[in-house]
Design a protein around this ligand. Structure first.
Ligand code: NAG
Ligand code: NAG
Ligand code: NAG
Ligand code: NAG
Ligand code: NAG
Length: 606
């Protein structure tokens, strides 16, 4: 249609009147004598937020909602009647006694939506504050503590600066985000976003009642799994925990910045900042962001590393609980300690760094304890699995304890640490790696008896004047009978240590003359742990090379196999003969070759 000059004045007049009406509507407050109709809006006093009726992009439904007034892209941050849409523009918003804000269907006066209060005041009004909080209060009382109702307690999918995400223990009310169904339907979608203080606070994203993501506990600076949120010039954020409330909140440092956190319909939370230059919302960072953010992906004591394939591994000193499942990339069963805990024998703690702290749902904490007190407390309780600082912001303070299997761990590029409980033998093992050959442990009773009977036997042989063969190393002058006894005794002690005293049972599997080293004092040391394996309890294992009969037949080796080898070794030493079944390694200075001072630093990996 062409607009002729004749039409123009009318058009101008219409626009003029419409703008007059708009200006007169630009109030931040409605009283019991006013109504807000579809097409009219309330605007906060500084012009930041606007409240009125709207329809989502591809929908004809009408909703009462709130959006940013100053930006060009329509961005709804709150919806009142998200579950009960109006089907046409007949809705009206009004304040009624004793202090309720109600959305009515003007056609028949039916209540579509209402605020909620247990108190009433003389002159109730609804006011849209500059923060984006729509409140119902007494006209003459601005004390936030006396508000009858506020939209900040009933969030939709958006967290604004100043909102308190979490719990008010006095009212029992939880403030949380819930996603829109989709961009055309603001009704509650699949996902919710909570500040969960159970145990120790974490952000939790749920789909229905199923946990999808946990941020890791608050550590004084940020949530453990989100170190990248740490330094930010635009806003500061924090956690408040006291007997009345527990919440997360953030505050924009520059009021001219427009920023919000939303929970998308697919369950990701994203802080967004409006950029004037591009006229767009720019995403800072999203969570969950990677496969490692999936709740408990790697199971208990599993650790997720996005840079690795597969992403799941066990924490150091832990092994997959179900190796078969693990191979199939089903990591849910997680990992178990290599050495199981035995609280009675005293446990130790090992420091693990650079990880997102495990789920704290069953944790306990104390804000005033030192780390040392924390350790003592954890040690006292056999079900305490780990501890760490509660707050790392000021050099570390407080105490955080875990009582369950540790899960939801991933690697993070940050010096965050936790002390995980270990059997003390696990550490001993490490130490013994170097010292294992220094066999200074007390002789066990069985070995004493064996030693004594051997001694008697040797004396008898000496008396019978049995001669050792010339040229045989065992027959050299260095090996008089007491020396031989000393050597046998030493080997027995060594084996005893490996099999019994060492808490982690070690089966040498290759005990032979060539693997026995002698020092200058003729103290024997068992060497060459290349084939050694460690086992818990009475476990046995199968392997490829061995010497004892039952191994030859069944392919099973056990402590017995080492004892068999020890027997053969005994016969060798006593008889001065070399068993043909044993190999000789020339480069070793050992029982079969020259006797020399021999220093070795043997390591083996159990
Ligand atoms: C408003 O009232 C009319 C007439 O009773 C009804 O048809 C319509 O569905 C109502 N709207 C809502 C959103 O309840
Ligand atoms: C709204 O719809 C109802 C029926 O659903 C109708 O009775 C009423 O007249 C409509 N109001 C307006 C303002 O169109
Ligand atoms: C209103 O308050 C009552 C009691 O405090 C509560 O049970 C109810 O769920 C509330 N309703 C809404 C819509 O908040
Ligand atoms: C926290 O630890 C301190 C020091 O050990 C103790 O005095 C206090 O009672 C503890 N607080 C709680 C809540 O357990
Ligand atoms: C250990 O701590 C757990 C969790 O607080 C508690 O339930 C249990 O009673 C404690 N056990 C002992 C022996 O103190």
């Amino acid at each position: 249609m062409k607009i002729s000059n004749k039409d123009f004045p009318l058009l101008f007049v219409l626009t003029f009147f419409m703008s007059i009406q708009k200006i007169s509507n630009a109030t931040d407050t409605i009283t019991t004598t006013q109504i807000l109709r579809d097409g009219e809006t309330m605007v906060s006093s500084d012009g930041s937020f606007e409240l009125g009726f709207f329809s989502p992009e591809n929908s004809k439904n009408r909703y009462v909602g709130m959006w940013y007034k100053k930006i060009t892209v329509s961005t709804v941050v709150w919806v009142a009647n998200r579950e009960v849409p109006l089907t046409n523009t007949s809705g009206v918003l009004k304040v009624v006694d004793p202090g309720l804000l109600v959305l009515l269907n003007d056609t028949n006066g039916g209540i579509i939506w209402s605020s909620n209060t247990s108190r009433h005041v003389k002159t109730p009004v609804a006011k849209l504050l500059d923060s984006g909080n729509l409140v119902v209060k007494d006209a003459n009382d601005d004390d936030p503590g006396n508000f009858l109702w506020e939209s900040f307690n009933y969030l939709t999918d958006t967290l604004l600066s100043g909102m308190k995400l979490g719990w008010n223990y006095k009212t029992g009310l939880e403030v949380y985000l819930s996603s829109w169904k989709n961009k055309d339907d603001p009704s509650s979608g699949d996902f919710t976003y909570h500040f969960d203080p159970t145990g120790y606070p974490q952000i939790v994203v749920k789909r229905g009642s199923v946990v999808q993501y946990k941020s890791g506990p608050w550590n004084g600076l940020h949530f453990s799994g989100t170190p990248n949120l740490r330094k930010n010039l635009f806003y500061k954020y924090g956690v408040v925990l006291n007997k009345n409330e527990a919440y997360f909140t953030y505050e924009l440092l520059d009021r001219s910045i427009i920023s919000r956190v939303t929970l998308s319909e697919s369950g990701v939370s994203q802080p967004l900042t409006w950029v004037d230059r591009t006229q767009r919302w720019e995403v800072d960072i999203i969570h969950p962001t990677e496969i490692c953010d999936i709740y408990r992906l790697c199971g208990a004591y599993g650790s997720c590393n996005i840079a690795k394939s597969p992403v799941c591994g066990c924490l150091d000193r832990f092994l997959p609980k179900d190796p078969e499942g693990w191979k199939r990339a089903d990591w849910s069963s997680g990992c178990v300690r290599r050495t199981s805990l035995n609280c009675k024998n005293g446990d130790v703690f090992l420091k693990y760094s650079g990880i997102k702290l495990p789920d704290t749902q069953y944790s306990l904490f104390n804000q005033s304890m030192t780390l040392e007190e924390c350790k003592v407390l954890c040690l006292k309780n056999c079900s305490c699995t780990a501890y760490t600082d509660l707050d790392i912001s000021k050099g570390g303070s407080g105490c955080l304890l875990w009582f369950e299997d540790l899960a939801n761990i991933k690697l993070v590029p940050e010096e965050q640490y936790i002390y995980i409980r270990m059997a003390s033998s696990e550490l001993e093992l490490k130490r013994k790696k170097r010292e294992i050959l220094v066999l200074s442990l007390s002789l066990s009773m069985g070995m004493v008896l064996l030693g004594l009977s051997l001694m008697l036997y040797l004396r008898k042989r000496k008396k019978s004047n049995h001669r050792l063969r010339e040229g045989d190393p065992m027959g050299s002058a260095l090996f008089d009978w007491p020396k031989r006894f000393q050597i046998i005794n030493g080997i027995a002690r060594g084996l005893m240590y490996l099999h019994q005293d060492s808490r982690l049972r070690i089966i040498h599997r290759d005990l032979k003359a060539s693997n026995i080293l002698l020092d200058s004092d003729m103290n024997p040391k068992i060497s060459d742990f290349g084939m050694a394996r460690s086992f818990g309890g009475n476990e046995t294992g199968a392997n490829t090379s061995y010497m004892s009969p039952e191994y030859a037949v069944d392919g099973i080796f056990s402590v017995k196999s080492d004892v068999f080898s020890f027997g053969v070794l005994l016969l060798e030493i006593v008889s001065g003969k070399r068993n043909r079944g044993f190999s000789h390694r020339d480069h070793h200075h050992n029982l079969l070759g020259h006797v020399n001072v021999h220093k070795h630093d043997y390591q083996f990996d159990a």
